[in-house]
Design a protein around this ligand. Structure first.
Ligand SMILES: [Zn+2]
Length: 455
């Protein structure tokens, strides 16, 4: 048990971390939105036939700049906060409110991107997915979306929703055959186009494509005969599908797979109503707990990611306590039901995921990622890494001098220079570890005090 003072200290630490992450997300979103809009302006400028867009982009850019200015106006306050100056509770609450306001506008602006010409994804996205999923990968299109959340949809579902006759349906299926090879389309938030760390969410979305609503139905109903339409509407099948996709993502990417969704949820001002969320998604706290247990079962460490997981739960508890009594108890009830159900099926879900032929992320890969993170700290590329350190190689090389070594021995020593290619999951994990370790310093560089000095 913690003493009162310890628990107060812990609360302070997490509250500071919460504001820090919120600030980090805000700055990143503003920078990325500005990049997108500037790129769009160049694109639109090329063809004057698209003149109608020009009148949209400039006001949007102005709206982004206004939010940047709002942060800049508060830079001395932010600077004190970053410099660990003791802000009293009122000051800190005011700061958090300002940052929240900025991120709310940034998120609304993102939805408006639907008005602009849609960009295509970076081709490296496919390299990442192919590398992670190995034999299980099927060529699947990825598109950019204005919605902040990523998602997966099946072409067949889209057709079904058209509510057209059987004849037209068959005709469309025939026409879309080339497109529907995998049957799914993965959608990624526009703002994350240039952010490889955020591509982690696509592993979850491809998990849905692998499921194809078939595996999740089996998890819930086994070989029991069930009408497919009824199964599809069953929330239990949807909950199982989410956990299946979460475990798939954790299997190929490890703890980094959780980061985009947690950051997104932390940057939302309030919780989604439990009754709106529960029919399709289990509460994120339940998902996170199950993923952490799954990773533990696989023997994969979570390292610095644990701090973010802890912070997520802290942020959640804070938002939970802000709810009115009725909504809070409704949420708790729903959570207990969903968690009870998923816990009774979690072994089956893990078994299904573990049987897939994917390239798994294990503790060895996590170790490699830590090595790569150190390379990033030294500004070195991380596409490969050397197993032997300079300290190990140097004495070996010296041992060759003047000893008349046999060629075999020379080759053996030289093999210490061999580089092993990094996997995509190691690169992505290293990127997240580096970001988590360095973003506070980067923020300090960005916000200067009233005297113009950076802390
Ligand atoms: Zn999902």
């Amino acid at each position: 048990m913690m003493t009162e003072a310890e628990s107060k200290g812990d609360h302070e630490r997490l509250e500071r971390l919460r504001v820090l992450f919120l600030l980090g997300e805000t700055v990143e979103k503003l920078v990325r939105l500005r990049q997108i809009l500037k790129r769009q302006r160049i694109f639109v400028g090329v063809g004057d036939k698209k003149a109608e867009y020009a009148s949209v982009i400039d006001p949007l850019l102005k709206a982004v700049e206004e939010q940047s200015e709002r942060l800049a106006l508060n830079s001395s306050r932010i600077n004190s906060f970053l410099g660990n100056a003791a802000l009293d509770e009122a000051q800190r609450t005011a700061l958090a409110a300002i940052i929240q306001k900025v991120i709310n506008v940034a998120q609304q602006l993102h939805e408006i991107l639907i008005l602009l010409p849609r960009e295509t994804v970076e081709p490296q996205i496919f390299l990442l997915l192919r590398d992670c999923f190995g034999e299980a990968w099927r060529e699947t299109p990825v598109i950019m979306t204005n919605e902040l959340t990523s998602y997966e949809y099946r072409i067949d579902d889209v057709l079904d929703q058209l509510d057209i006759g059987q004849h037209s349906l068959e005709e469309w299926r025939r026409l879309l055959k080339g497109f529907t090879r995998g049957g799914s389309v993965l959608a990624q938030a526009f703002v994350d186009r240039d952010n490889p760390l955020a591509w982690a969410v696509l592993a979850h979305e491809f998990g849905h494509a692998l499921d194809g609503k078939r595996i999740s139905r089996e998890i819930v109903y086994g070989d029991q005969a069930v009408e497919p339409r009824a199964a599809e509407k069953d929330p239990k099948v949807k909950w199982a599908a989410e956990i299946f996709a979460d475990f798939v993502a954790a299997r190929v990417l490890g703890p980094a797979s959780q980061m985009p969704i947690l950051l997104l949820e932390m940057s939302r001002p309030t919780l989604v109503r439990a009754s709106d969320e529960a029919p399709s998604h289990p509460p994120t706290t339940v998902r996170l707990a199950l993923v952490r247990e799954y990773l533990k079962g696989l023997g994969v460490g979570t390292g610095r990611f644990d701090e973010v997981f802890e912070l997520y739960n802290f942020d959640y508890a804070r938002k939970l306590s802000a709810l009115d009594e009725a909504e809070r108890s409704r949420r708790k009830e729903i959570e207990a039901v969903v968690e009870g159900f998923l816990r009774s099926h979690v072994v089956a879900v893990a078994a299904k995921v573990n049987s897939l032929s994917v390239r798994t992320f294990g503790d060895r890969e996590f170790g490699h990622a830590r090595k790569l993170e150190r390379q990033l700290q030294s500004d070195l590329p991380i596409s490969s890494f050397r197993h032997a350190s300079d300290d190990q190689i140097l004495p070996e090389l010296n041992s060759l001098v003047g000893s008349g070594s046999v060629p075999e021995r020379v080759y053996e020593v030289l093999s210490g220079f061999d580089e092993t290619p990094s996997t995509s999951s190691e690169i992505l994990t290293a990127g997240w570890l580096y970001k988590l370790a360095s973003f506070e310093e980067r923020l300090k560089d960005s916000f200067h005090g009233e005297d113009g000095s950076a802390h």
